[in-house]
Design a protein around this ligand. Structure first.
Ligand SMILES: *Cc1c(COP(=O)(O)O)cnc(C)c1O
Length: 478
């Protein structure tokens, strides 16, 4: 008989449900011991408890209709005003509270597109973004029918402004710079981009999803920080995530516009519905009041002085990581990152094998490509784990140099792919990549990913790689 997997099949007691949730939680990685270098940002029990209480107080309330709950409207306004005050004049800048960086970016792209179409309805919208810009922009292009053109990076891993300029044409509706980019933590030359945007009357979005709650505080603390915000006249919109370095629980970001006129393009309105006149400022319809209240509570609780202290600690912790990694002869830091995200690479060892060794020791670390590198998002929790990590990293580097069966499998897979790509028809190569998860061992995300990444490095067809990502996503969802 087929097993019934539906979770409401048997009514269960509260204790039983909570017990099972606790069991499920035990399978997860040990992020409270600093083992996650992305995904979670944590300030400790007290902050979490406050978020949870605030969330609970407003979780049933709905922020769909801005007029319905005065409480939520006020809290949203307070949050947007406060973030705007970090980026420019909060009485002129306008913005919205959103569910995350992706929504902030989708909204800014939609606004830029509609602004350009209003000026000239005949254009076929395109946008020019750095190769290192977050895929949320590619997602926006895909959703909104905008062609996305990627500008290459310079030798410092910032966007190459001259090459970006050459990609602009009369269909361009938006330029993007990151402050900083996620992959390498490098801040694009925002000032140059802003000057160019002014000159050509183009919309420039500064993606400060990761940096927006770091850079302003670094500046207050006296660190040298390049100008990246609305103080530059050419900046039209920005995205700032609160659920990253704002340490707010998930579902919290802010999108900002230079003025009220630009924000107007963000709204969606529909006047013909039987249900009444419909207007909405964001992508979501129904929105929990919980996220807004939790963000409001935590920002009040931490305060500007609190954020400064946190930023100082985390920037100094990051510098300890960077220095220790620089002292490992096989490894090299990419670019010259000044915030708290960075990447390192190697031309002496297979960096993906180093990652596999680290995974085996319980660290969650992002693998990146072009160049192959590993990524660290350092946050407050890591201050106590620099030594633990560096010790494991040194060992991982050493192990990746030793002869091992896995090593051999890895190079066999790489070589087979290399040859296959050359001699087999495209259709067959696609078939092989389809099976790569199994090749790399098991369903879903393989435990050892070095062979998979090795294989990717050999594929020159992005379509094959994308098919492979789809296969992996599907197998995780199954
Ligand atoms: C995280 C991030 C995003 C996307 O934000 P989500 O909150 O994950 O949707 C966009 N840009 C940068 C630079 C980021 O770091």
């Amino acid at each position: 008989m087929k097993e019934d997997k539906r979770i409401f099949q048997n009514k269960r007691s509260q204790e039983e449900v909570l017990r099972e949730l606790n069991i499920l939680k035990k399978q997860d990685l040990d992020w409270k011991r600093g083992r996650a270098f992305s995904m979670v940002y944590y300030l400790g029990e007290e902050a979490q408890e406050l978020s949870a209480q605030a969330y609970k107080m407003f979780m049933i309330e709905n922020a769909l209709n801005p007029g319905a709950f005065k409480s939520l409207k006020k809290m949203e306004k307070d949050i947007v005003y406060t973030v705007a005050s970090l980026m420019g004049d909060p009485d002129i800048l306008k913005g919205s509270f959103t569910s995350g960086g992706t929504e902030s970016i989708l909204l800014a792209v939609k606004s830029a597109r509609d602004y350009a179409l209003k000026k000239n309805p005949r254009i076929v919208p395109e946008m020019v973004i750095p190769l290192s810009a977050h895929p949320a922009f590619d997602k926006a292009g895909h959703y909104f029918g905008i062609k996305v053109i990627h500008a290459p990076l310079n030798e410092h891993y910032q966007v190459d402004v001259d090459k970006l300029k050459a990609l602009v044409n009369s269909n361009t509706v938006m330029l993007v710079g990151s402050a900083p980019s996620y992959p390498h933590g490098m801040i694009d030359p925002i000032q140059k981009l802003a000057e160019f945007a002014m000159e050509k009357n183009l919309w420039l979005h500064v993606d400060a999803c990761v940096g927006g709650m770091i850079l302003p505080f670094m500046e207050m603390l006296g660190y040298e920080v390049p100008e990246f915000d609305f103080r530059l006249e050419g900046v039209s919109s920005m995205s700032v995530d609160l659920h990253k370095y704002g340490y707010v629980s998930k579902g919290a970001s802010v999108v900002l516009y230079k003025n009220k006129q630009l924000k107007r393009y963000q709204y969606f309105v529909y006047g013909g519905w039987n249900g009444g006149l419909y207007g909405s400022s964001g992508i979501l319809g129904t929105r929990s009041g919980g996220n807004i209240a939790a963000a409001w509570a935590l920002m009040n609780y931490i305060g500007i002085e609190g954020y400064k202290e946190i930023v100082k600690t985390v920037v100094e912790t990051t510098r300890k990581f960077i220095q220790a990694i620089q002292e490992i002869p096989e490894l090299k830091i990419i670019g010259n990152p000044i915030t708290t995200v960075f990447a390192f690479t190697s031309d002496k060892v297979d960096i993906y094998e180093v990652a596999d060794e680290l995974s085996e020791k319980g660290w969650l670390i992002d693998r990146q490509q072009n160049p192959p590198s590993l990524h660290l998002t350092v946050n407050h929790i890591h201050k106590d784990y620099v030594q633990d990590f560096i010790q494991d990293l040194k060992e991982a580097v050493k192990k990746s140099k030793q002869f091992k069966m896995a090593h051999l499998t890895n190079s066999v897979v790489k070589n087979v792919t290399k040859t296959a790509v050359k001699i087999l028809p495209e259709r067959v190569v696609s078939k092989i990549t389809e099976n790569v998860t199994k090749l790399a061992g098991g369903n879903g995300l393989p435990k050892k990913t070095a062979p998979m990444y090795g294989m990717i490095a050999q594929l020159n067809n992005q379509k094959d790689i994308e098919e492979m990502i789809l296969d992996i996503l599907e197998s995780i969802d199954e």
